[in-house]
Design a protein around this ligand. Structure first.
Ligand SMILES: [Zn+2]
Length: 427
């Protein structure tokens, strides 16, 4: 069993201390620790955070292993400071049975780089017609607690109500991709000035907001937990604030790209900026940042969406929506929100709260004696240039290519075992 002595790390940016990791847990914390035989990690100047937890990752296996596998996505996650990711269900076959979620769960265990927690589909084949076997997935070895048709919206209100009622029994949560499909037929980017100028069909904010409002009312009526994926508009933040004030059990996530990028990026027709929901306006970005700091938006989630070259390097209209996110998420959040959140706020939005929503009790815990040693060490002073070819993902569709970003993950530990050291994956 590996032992690591981390010397001089600043937990959540506090005073430097040493941490001894043994038997999968943090077994000692204090100045001047000494542990013969342990591997020493010099963490002078580094910040220790609880390992990050991503509620929204597309790993593409089974079915599109040319774009990503559980292993390559897990490696990208570890390099991004993550110790757990929730793998979305829109694979091929769809993760709508106990058999498929157990397969994904086992692939995650054998890769051993992060805990891969499968998300189950809400409806059979993501078709929005018939509930999937939610109970069997919950009872499976994968112990599914989050269900989502992400990629698609559960647009039938009766089906959404039944799904909420069903998962309430075991305190599960329905994670909704909020997009009223009748309002986004043929949509290519945010409905606004840029879309009008480019002559592309728009994806209106109201298509998201109307579903969030409806689902908040349904969740309140049923008394079940709703999670809203990738909130992208200022109006959505207002609706969430209203729903939370009424006591609705709703949580929400925002992606790093919606916190940084705007729809004018589409002007060069580079499909790397095509994503669903689309990039919005600068006033939406401002509202999302403020909503995240306020806590109306609970979580930053990546919506890491790898795509093979032929699905992305083509005409805008034919390109698949989605962007890589795992290896850049922490840096983007530091860039846009460090001044307002600090390390504690970042740990809250990227580790503790997502772990709580997903029911991952071993994750999202600040380093303390006896706590599972899931943590990451970050160099807050480092700046690094995003080189797509150097990313661990099997795909290359990062919108940040060539950008210089702050803060770099130096080491990540999963149950006391290093998955990343010196900024490199250990395997
Ligand atoms: Zn989605």
């Amino acid at each position: 069993m590996s032992r690591y002595l981390i010397k001089g790390a600043r937990t959540l940016g506090g005073e430097p201390t040493d941490l001894l990791l043994r038997d999968g847990v943090v077994c000692d914390i204090g100045r001047g620790l000494w542990a013969p035989g342990a591997d020493v990690v010099d963490a002078d100047g580094l910040v220790a955070l609880p390992g990050l937890v991503d509620l929204h990752t597309h790993l593409r296996e089974p079915g599109r292993e040319d774009a990503e596998t559980v292993e390559t996505g897990s490696r990208a996650a570890a390099l991004g400071g993550y110790t757990a990711v929730c793998a979305m269900a829109n694979t091929s076959p769809v993760a709508d049975t106990a058999g498929v979620v157990e397969q994904v769960w086992r692939l995650g265990r054998s890769a051993g780089l992060v805990d891969v927690q499968p998300v189950g589909a809400v409806t059979v084949g993501l078709a929005g017609e018939q509930l999937a076997e939610l109970g069997a997935m919950a009872d499976s070895a994968a112990r599914v607690r989050i269900f989502s048709d992400d990629g698609n919206c559960v647009s039938d209100p009766r089906l959404m109500r039944r799904a909420l009622e069903y998962v309430k029994a075991f305190d599960g949560v329905i994670a909704q991709h909020a997009e009223e499909p009748r309002l986004t037929v043929g949509a290519q980017l945010h409905e606004g000035e840029v879309a009008a100028r480019l002559g592309l069909a728009g994806w209106p904010a109201v298509a998201e907001e109307s579903i969030i409002a409806r689902d908040a009312l349904l969740a309140g009526h049923v008394g079940a937990r709703l999670h809203v994926c990738h909130v992208s508009t200022a109006g959505s933040v207002e609706i969430l604030r209203w729903a939370k004030a009424r006591g609705v059990r709703v949580t929400a996530e925002v992606t790093p790209h919606h916190l940084l990028l705007t729809d004018d990026r589409a002007q060069g027709y580079d499909p790397v900026f095509k994503v669903n929901p689309p990039l919005r306006t600068s006033s939406d970005v401002d509202a999302l940042r403020a909503g995240m700091v306020e806590g109306v938006i609970d979580v930053v989630a990546t919506d890491h969406a790898p795509h093979a070259v032929e699905d992305k390097e083509c005409e805008w209209a034919y390109a698949r929506p989605g962007m890589l996110g795992l290896q850049t998420a922490l840096s983007i959040v530091v860039e846009v929100a460090f001044a307002t959140l600090g390390w504690d706020g970042i740990a809250e939005r990227m580790s503790r709260t997502p772990a709580r929503i997903a029911g991952l009790a071993e994750h999202g815990r600040d380093p303390a004696v006896g706590v599972p040693a899931n943590l990451t060490l970050v160099d807050p002073a480092a700046r690094w240039r995003v080189e797509p070819a150097e990313l661990a993902s099997r795909s290359r569709n990062t919108p940040y290519a060539g950008m210089t970003l702050p803060a770099r993950v130096v080491a990540t530990f999963l149950r006391g075992a290093a998955t990343v050291l010196d900024g490199k994956a250990v395997r």
